[in-house]
Design a protein around this ligand. Structure first.
Ligand code: BGC
Ligand code: NOJ
Length: 811
């Protein structure tokens, strides 16, 4: 069952009922000001950091699930309704929500009144603009009342939901005409404030939540709206809100438009007052002036639409398969931008106060983002590397505002260092800009110990070399990619962190997954060494990679598949010898995509085992059989009920690894079959089972052991976005950036048909036509570049050209 449909020409998903199985959200903002917005207008905004600079309040764990947002109420006689249905939930005569790229549109119709809301964050500004147009489609005049509503968050979202003894006394606002300013804590340690305003004279306002709602009401029945009159309350402590009242008279057929702006302003620390206790508002007035008229709003919106159009033109496919085209050309790239911006901080499943930017997460996000805006990727790499420690290990997370490592979680996730190589290599392969390797980058943000980035990569590589266990495999530390494989923690009491409890950095527990990563990214590191002319380092790296390869074949192979790890007692994890958790997906996918066991015939066996033991109709499960008991020696992985999350869920993130592995083996049919199983556009029809948004990937789909097999959770912020885009764009469709230029080597289903790709790469536009007359799955027999046949698969890079026409014929 579907709850809407794709509108590819508009690049929108159109939701046609507000009663989706879960809130279906969108992200507004590309740079500093961000909003999450659901299909019923729930959500919140923040600037730069979802924890430290939260602008509006949202309540997780709420009833109903998605409650609190930026709402408009329309009072038409005794009928009160919202264009996005919530929070009054008055039945609408018509409803539509269109989530687009960086904007959302809502249409609500009730009793002949039509309201259209357009909400977006303009480029290069720290605000959200919402334009509401209200039209009277009846033949009699209408006297309506329009109310706006947002609830302020007292900036630090973590503190805001806990420290009531203080917070209930600190709230402060100022009101000047239509502009409501939120200035809590401005007096002491803040030089920023927020404003919510509208481009018309108002008939009333409220800034105290209690006055607006009444002491016993929720935002579904605000007293002020029921009574049809604001009280002009000025909040002092408690919970400041911003509410405007506009009385709207509409003749038959008449439409009126109002522009609301929710802005964030930072003043100069030394020049922040207008007069004693009165905030300096010049920057706010200037901002409000930028969005005063419909024309200004239209212009800002057009700029946003054009921006996305041009960004997405960097990779564009035209095939006979509209679902692939839709995902590749629009939604998958869009999700890559969102994961780049958010890492794992703020979604409807990540509260925005916990994780900040993940070291491994953000490095992987780069893989799907770097072609969009290479300069931002470059800056991000430097930020991430700046949180690395001198021994090559790294803080697992850092805060986007401060860019400082998060001491609570600390380091010791032993896959982290290698992801830095992955992200940097992707950046250089994309841009050819090896100057990044010479950038001086601090360790743990300490500039006095800065070294060139290349040296950071060396320390990443050496960290693995210097931290091996009894089988010469990498030590796992607190966990590797699988955060829940806590082989050194032994947490037995509730409340302890599974990851940071106990010895954590044991000398025995080893990860075959990290070994696979080392083989893959060790080679990429060796290539960067060569690029810099460090032949000896390249040779040393390749020699270490070979040793690791051999160690995996010797002690990481279980007969039919790769084992997952050795625990702190040197017992195998993910082996046929285990009672539960006999096979894990991660080493199968990663070892094979790294090329391990291909020539020995083991890779094919591993893939067959995945198909036989882990595959389901909704995707490949992370492990089987599910853990039914808590294994102290394994940690959090065995704490989840069977079928959920890391305990035998379909973790979408590593499905593309297996698909890529299949392309390494040349099985295009199977690679594509795996691609389709978790691909949003392909499962749109089962939205009532899948439940999460049908336009983006979720972190997890419940596995076959779970009660709700096939149900998605944790949508949006997942490495699945970047890895799937890498898979489909670079391996299946086969346009892979190498250090020398673009390589063309698709691996597709026999029946996929011919296709064209436009790829903007290092400033050159490539029009690539791929022909497959004999329906092979892999293999390019000839490559013609601007009419000249070239040897091999790589289009030689030539920056003197602006456009290059390529024909690749498979055979
Ligand atoms: C959390 C787990 C979670 C995992 C992946 C870990 O940090 O402790 O509960 O499943 O990350 O999201
Ligand atoms: C989500 C985390 O953000 C990511 O870092 C981790 O690799 C996966 N879960 C698997 O545990």
């Amino acid at each position: 069952m579907k709850y809407g449909h794709f509108d590819d020409d508009a690049r929108e998903y159109v939701i046609t009922t507000p009663k989706t199985p879960l809130p279906w959200i969108n992200y507004l903002g590309n740079q500093e000001f961000f909003s999450l917005i659901s299909n019923t207008c729930g959500g919140y905004s923040f600037c730069k950091d979802a924890k430290l600079l939260r602008i509006t309040r949202y309540r997780y764990n709420n009833i109903p699930y998605d409650n609190n947002g930026k709402y408009f109420y329309i009072k038409d006689g005794d009928t009160i309704w919202n264009p996005g249905w919530q929070p009054t939930k008055t039945t609408l005569d018509e409803y539509e929500c269109r989530h687009g790229l960086g904007y959302s549109k809502f249409k609500g119709v009730k009793n002949g009144v039509e309201a259209n809301v357009l909400t977006f964050v303009p480029m290069n500004d720290r605000c959200e603009v919402s334009r509401i147009r209200i039209k009277n489609t009846t033949s009699t005049a209408k006297e309506l009342k329009l109310f706006s509503y947002v609830e302020w968050c007292l900036w630090n979202a973590d503190d805001d939901e806990r420290n009531f003894q203080r917070n209930l006394s600190t709230g402060e606002v100022e009101v000047i005409d239509s502009a409501i300013f939120h200035k809590t804590e401005y007096r002491e340690r803040r030089n920023h404030f927020a404003v919510y305003s509208v481009n018309t004279k108002v008939d009333g306002f409220d800034t105290s939540r209690e006055s607006f709602l009444g002491p016993y009401n929720g935002n579904d029945t605000p007293d002020v709206v029921t009574n049809g009159a604001c009280t002009n309350s000025v909040a002092s402590g408690w919970s400041p809100v911003a509410v405007h009242q506009i009385n709207v008279t509409l003749a038959p057929g008449e439409e009126k438009s109002f522009v609301f702006v929710l802005g964030y302003i930072e003043n100069d620390e030394n020049d922040k007052w207008e007069s004693h206790g009165v905030i300096k508002k010049d920057l706010a007035w200037e901002m409000l002036d930028r969005y005063k008229t419909d024309e200004q709003v239209d212009k800002a919106f057009d700029i946003l639409v054009d921006y996305w159009k041009s960004l997405l033109s960097k990779y564009h496919v035209k095939s006979s398969n509209d679902k692939v085209d839709r995902m590749v050309n629009i939604w998958n790239q869009y999700q890559c931008m969102v994961t780049f911006n958010m890492s794992r901080s703020a979604s409807y499943y990540e509260s925005g106060i916990g994780r900040g930017m993940g070291f491994r997460d953000s490095c992987q996000d780069l893989l799907g983002f770097v072609h969009l805006i290479p300069d931002r990727a470059r800056a991000r790499i430097i930020d991430i590397a700046s949180t690395q420690f001198q021994d090559g290990s790294a803080y697992h997370q850092y805060q986007p505002l401060t860019k400082k490592g998060n001491a609570d979680i600390g380091s010791g996730f032993n896959d982290d260092p290698l992801w830095l190589i992955a992200g940097t290599s992707a950046y250089i392969r994309e841009t050819g800009d090896d100057s990044i390797l010479d950038e001086m980058v601090p360790f743990d943000n300490d500039e006095s110990v800065a070294t060139p980035l290349m040296n950071h990569l060396k320390r990443s590589f050496d960290y693995i070399v210097n931290h091996k266990g009894p089988h010469n495999l990498p030590l796992i530390g607190r966990a590797d990619w699988n955060d829940c494989l806590n082989l050194n923690c032994f947490s037995a009491h509730p409340g302890e962190s599974f990851q940071t409890f106990g010895p954590s950095e044991g000398p025995v527990a080893e990860s075959v997954f990290i070994a696979g990563m080392f083989v893959k990214y060790g080679e990429e590191y060796a290539q960067l060494c060569e690029l810099k002319g460090d032949k000896a380092d390249a040779e040393y790296a390749r020699c270490e990679v070979q040793k690791m390869y051999d160690a995996v074949l010797k002690d990481g192979w279980d007969g039919e598949w790769f084992i997952r790890a050795y625990d702190a007692y040197s017992h195998k994890v993910g082996s046929k010898e285990c009672e539960e958790g006999q096979i894990f997906i991660e080493p199968q996918g990663f070892c094979v995509l790294a090329g391990i066991g291909v020539k020995e015939g083991l890779a094919k066996k591993a893939m067959d085992s995945v198909k036989e033991k882990l595959d389901t109709k909704y995707g490949i499960m992370i492990l089987q059989p599910a853990y039914t008991k808590y294994h102290l020696e394994l940690g959090e992985v065995s704490s989840y009920p069977p079928g959920y999350k890391e305990n035998a869920g379909i973790f979408c993130h590593n499905n593309p690894w297996v698909s890529i592995a299949e392309t390494v083996l040349g099985d295009g049919d199977r690679a594509f079959e795996i691609y389709k199983k978790t691909c949003p556009a392909y499962i749109e029809d089962i939205s009532e089972i899948h439940c999460t948004e049908p336009y983006v990937y979720s972190q997890m789909v419940a596995g076959k052991d779970a009660k709700f097999f096939g149900q998605g959770k944790n949508s949006w912020l997942t490495g699945t976005a970047a890895w799937t885009f890498t898979n489909i764009s670079q391996y299946i469709l086969g346009i892979y950036p190498t250090l020398e230029g673009l390589s063309v080597n698709p691996c597709i289903p026999a029946e996929f048909g011919d296709f064209n790709i436009t790829r903007v790469y290092r400033g050159v536009t490539y029009n690539i036509e791929i022909k497959n007359p004999n329906k092979v799955q892999k293999g390019v027999a000839s490559l013609t570049v601007d009419g000249v046949e070239v040897a091999g698969n790589v289009i030689p890079f030539d920056d003197s050209k602006k456009t290059v026409n390529v024909i690749a014929t498979m055979n």
